[in-house]
Design a protein around this ligand. Structure first.
Ligand SMILES: [Zn+2]
Length: 217
């Protein structure tokens, strides 16, 4: 989902570039992308809780906007957009599925933790899980909107197509990666299977996906 959040934030900044005026440009697109991706760093901790602050990020983004009105500094504008993208990420996780070991077989009602309320928001499941077909479509759609807008130059567009390609690859392989080496192994000669790395995909308790690649030598 991190890629989808990043792409949506970039698309929003690209679309609102005419309003952003002097602040619009590549650094603003990068700020939106990084802010949109950042909360999912907590895949390594308690996912959708440790770095997801729906209320906190919204308040900080509001303060940054106030600071921008007072100072007109570009750095403050970049910070406001980055934190705003993180706030949008945290809130929109409510529209997704729950935090699970196997999110396609949901058993909990935890979407995102609200530190201000001290409780979890219930998942609305419009996007069932990270890597679901609708998640991939959203990422590609948002990337296409950003590419189609006049705000993105050739470098940003190339980056966005890469992001879309990775999102599609992730979507296609999300549920199949674990069985792939075994299936491939049946068709390959034994000596080749011996030298190929083994790939393992694990779903952890807090909803993270780990991918381990092992070389036999
Ligand atoms: Zn998230």
């Amino acid at each position: 989902m991190a890629l989808t959040h990043g792409a949506v934030a970039v698309a929003l900044v690209a679309l609102t570039s005419p309003v952003l005026g002097e602040y619009a440009g590549p650094p603003m697109l990068v700020a939106a992308l990084l802010g949109g991706l950042a909360p999912d760093i907590d895949l390594l901790a308690t996912h959708r809780k440790s770095c997801h602050y729906p209320v906190g990020y919204t308040v900080v983004a509001g303060v940054a906007l106030g600071g921008l009105a007072a100072t007109r500094w570009t750095a403050v504008a970049l910070a406001a957009v980055a934190v705003g993208a993180a706030a949008l990420h945290a809130w929109s996780d409510v529209l997704a599925g729950s935090v699970e070991t196997e999110p396609w077989n949901p058993t909990t009602e935890r979407a995102v933790y609200n530190h201000a309320l001290g409780d979890w928001h219930r998942p609305r499941r419009y996007v069932r899980y990270s890597g679901a077909p609708e998640d991939g479509l959203l990422a590609v759609g948002a990337a296409a909107v950003a590419v189609g807008s006049p705000a993105t130059g050739p470098t940003a567009e190339a980056g966005l197509w890469w992001l879309a390609a990775i999102a599609v690859g992730y979507t296609l392989s999300r549920r199949r990666l674990s069985g792939l080496p075994r299936r491939l192994g049946r068709w390959l000669p034994a000596w080749l299977v011996e030298v190929l790395p083994s790939v393992r995909v694990d779903e952890t308790e807090n909803g993270a996906t780990t991918l381990s690649v092992r070389f036999r030598h």
